[in-house]
Design a protein around this ligand. Structure first.
Ligand SMILES: [Zn+2]
Length: 452
């Protein structure tokens, strides 16, 4: 059984890596083949120099991606068949005289540090060479280091208690531990989603309420049309409606959760522009990057805002949570099945025999090993998730066309593509597989049909 699992794993790893490289090569070729001319439908709004910059930028990112995914596959092999995980495990067992919680934390930390060391050169090259070459990087080395330190602190503050809770549940809850871990994981994700917009994102960026000025009446009319109370009054499932209003009324109540429409100083790190919708309940936020806002006319801002409101109206955050919840339940159940199978560890050449059940293998090791090899098995589902995401984009676009103006959204999208140097000519198969947003031409064609 162990030998069979080895073969299955190695075959799938080779297939997924091969498939990813093949898709990337297709994308490289397709973008290069369409570099010479701007697609006819964009010819009026995007000039050749911008189109060629987008092609070169896309290709540079893909080339780096090919190297990175190859290195990642090799690292996975090093962890498993190369014996690195077993070495870490043995090292910390010797230090801590066994496999308790400190051993578990140390094992997670060493795997994370190894992964960080491998990804750091890519991140540095991406930020300070690739992005800088195309004029996008605004990050200073000082800011880069400060970001890293903040991320490290957050990872420790949030990750350590979560990890300890999961390890404890795995050990203490008997056969059905995966159900308890799933509930904890779900609760944790909801908590992060609630806290992220108001307490975590502001550690990295400054958020200021959208300056209303000349757009004020426009935006308020749109919000009223869409029934969106920016402090989240009407959208808290399960929250009793009859609660007496605290002194100061609504503004007071939403304080601390800071829902609403904000502008983020994205220009601090990058010239790329974007807008997004996040959070739920009173914490829900629509965020515009200052870099995007600078370039849009008031009608275009309104259309982009309407698109983001569309995500909210169609409850896309909740739908994503539901999908995530179902997937993580299935995966944790699966971990519950393999955790006591010796073929799982022997097949991946980890440990010195035994399973988590007879404690020759620690639960921490089982958890790490499972999460390391999981992407190899979930890769075939990538297109499904991308498809779902693109469907949500179409829905939000249709909503924006109804509530605002489809042509203004098209104008905003074209600017977004041009200024972010996003390719207008992706390889269809690559796009089908990975793209969370429909390709520009499809998105605009769809907007034209719903705007009629
Ligand atoms: Zn969207």
């Amino acid at each position: 059984m162990a030998a069979l699992f080895s073969i299955v794993f190695l075959t799938l790893l080779a297939l997924t890596t091969g498939m990813r490289v093949w898709l990337a090569l297709r994308q490289l070729r397709h973008v290069a083949a369409h570099r010479a001319t701007v697609p006819a439908e964009f010819a009026e709004r995007i000039d050749l120099a911008d189109h060629q910059k987008a092609a070169d930028y896309s290709r540079a990112k893909i080339r780096l991606g090919i190297i990175e995914l190859t290195v990642d596959a090799l690292l996975l092999l090093l962890f498993t068949f190369g014996g690195l995980l077993t070495a870490f495990d043995q090292f910390w067992r010797d230090i801590f005289a066994g496999a308790g919680y400190t051993h578990g934390l140390a094992l997670f930390a060493s795997v994370s540090v190894a992964g960080f060391c491998v990804s750091l050169p890519f991140s540095l090259y991406r930020t300070f060479s690739l992005e800088a070459h195309f004029g996008f990087n605004k990050m200073t080395p000082g800011l880069y280091v400060a970001d890293l330190l903040k991320q490290l602190l957050l990872t420790v503050l949030i990750g350590v208690p979560l990890l300890l809770a999961v390890l404890w549940l795995m050990g203490a809850m008997g056969e059905r531990w995966w159900l308890y871990v799933w509930a904890a994981w779900l609760g944790f994700n909801l908590l992060v989603l609630l806290l992220y917009p108001t307490f975590i994102a502001p550690l990295f960026n400054k958020f200021t309420p959208l300056a209303e000025g000349e757009m004020k009446t426009r935006i308020e009319a749109l919000l009223a049309r869409c029934g969106f109370a920016s402090s989240g009054e009407e959208d808290s499932p399960g929250r009793p409606k009859s609660l007496p209003a605290p002194p100061g009324g609504r503004a007071e109540r939403s304080e601390g959760f800071g829902g609403g429409i904000y502008v983020m100083d994205g220009s601090k790190r990058s010239a790329h522009g974007n807008a997004y919708f996040t959070g739920f309940g009173r914490a829900k936020r629509i965020v515009f990057f200052d870099t995007l806002l600078d370039k849009l006319a008031p009608g275009e801002v309104e259309a982009v805002l309407a698109h983001e409101l569309g995500h909210y109206k169609h409850r896309h955050v909740w739908k994503r949570i539901a999908v995530m919840a179902a997937l993580s339940l299935a995966l944790l159940w699966l971990l519950g099945q393999v955790i006591d199978q010796s073929w799982f560890y022997e097949g991946l050449k980890v440990g010195t025999g035994g399973t988590a059940q007879n404690s020759a293998m620690s639960t921490a090791m089982a958890l790490i090993l499972f999460s390391l090899v999981l992407p190899v098995f979930t890769f075939p589902f990538t297109p499904l998730m991308s498809w779902l995401s693109r469907r949500h984009e179409f829905e939000a676009d249709a909503y924006a066309a109804r509530q605002a103006n489809g042509n203004e959204l098209i104008a905003a999208l074209v600017k977004l593509y041009r200024d972010n140097a996003a390719t207008l000519t992706p390889d269809p198969l690559f796009s089908l597989f990975y793209d969370s947003h429909p390709p520009a031409s499809q998105r605009i064609a769809h907007l034209r049909t719903v705007s009629l």
